[in-house]
Design a protein around this ligand. Sequence first.
Ligand code: HAM
Length: 425
Amino acid sequence: MSNFSSLKGFKDLLPEDTPLWRRVEATAEEILQTFGYTEIRTPLLEPTELFLRSIGEHTDIVEKEMYTFEDWDGKKVTLRPEGTASVLRAYLEHRLGEGQVLQKLFYRGPMFRHERPQAGRLRQFHQIGAEAIGSLDPFLDAEVLSLLWFLLWELGVDGLALELNSLGCPLCRPRYREALLAYLSERADRLCDDCRRRLKTNPLRILDCKKENCREITQEAPASVELLGPECAPHFKEVQGGLSDLGIPFRINHRLVRGLDYYTKTAFELTTSRLGAQNAVAAGGRYDGLAEALGGPTTPAIGFAIGMERVITLLREKEPSPPKNALEERGPALFIAALGETPKRRMAPMLFRLRQEGIHAEMDYGDLGLKAQMRQADRLGAKQVLIVGEDEIKAGSAILRNMQNKHQEKIPLQDVAERLLSGAE
Ligand code: HAM
């Protein structure tokens, strides 16, 4: 215990947590690479303006959730609340599209949003994301979705539903916005305070409101897919056709509008009923206008991000604690029980050499007696223990004890390393 604990909504990942995290990350990376994605790492801190321009000024994230401050030069900076804006910034800044039809990038790491912490919702959370930049082809939408679907399936996350919508483009969106506004304005007195405000700032977000009254009203609201223009309507049809060809089941959700303004055309979420209110495990969509909004050339793109904590929660349901033999598997090949100052000093070089050779070996850091050291070796899950006291040092030998079958033998000290390196028990 100390006087400090981590900030609300910020979580430590302890040694008992990290093996599963690493497994998820390794599996995801392998699959992403198979689908042609290469890794990009962008800074956690970006100019605030980047997120205002990309996520949108009238979104919850920008209005009330960003960790924004002035740095010592008086520049407004923000801890990234998501990865897409940074990836596209880097793509444009380093001209990653030059000479390429399509650039497929993946990333992972922490994101920061000052949301109200609750189950499944943190202030520092982690995403694995993928962005395919440079194509408008609906086949790509289906491919990106199949990648996401396969990735979560391979990780062992099952029972997911893919919810799909098309939000149109700058040509059809105004028509939809108008129709929606007309419908909602007639019913404004029954909307919640937040949604009445959204009528002026971001009416699409009203579809996403969780309040009972607002949900009742939006139930019958016009759907964006009904008002798609001549480019977006066939695009959406082809995305659906592509998904059917790949055998990916989906459901069209007219309410799916996403909390970030950069989306155009395809938008999606993968949800589960097993996570309570925070039911989205992954989400994404097309953002064909974002590159231009950031001052770059027209560059259609699509991507997704997976919420790592939510994936881990679902996997933990299936595998609540590390398997019983996990400790044994991770335990050292050798524990050196050196008894006394001289044995300890004499064994230190051997410990170093074994580790240099890639053998996991441990030694006691205090000056415990033999019994206590044996208990420690047991706790660590050591396969063998080398017992070395003053007498052994003088005789140039030691006792090697096999912790599994309890067999003990005396062996010359000079043979210990060879014995372990040859893998003999
Ligand atoms: P997002 O829907 O804001 O999209 O986040 C994606 C996923 O991150 C969510 O579905 C959820 O699993 C997880 N997530 C979001 N906020 C939290 C939180 N406070 N605590 C825990 N997990 C959370 C994006 O971020 C877009 N950049 C996705 C994208 C990529 N679109 C195109 N490319």
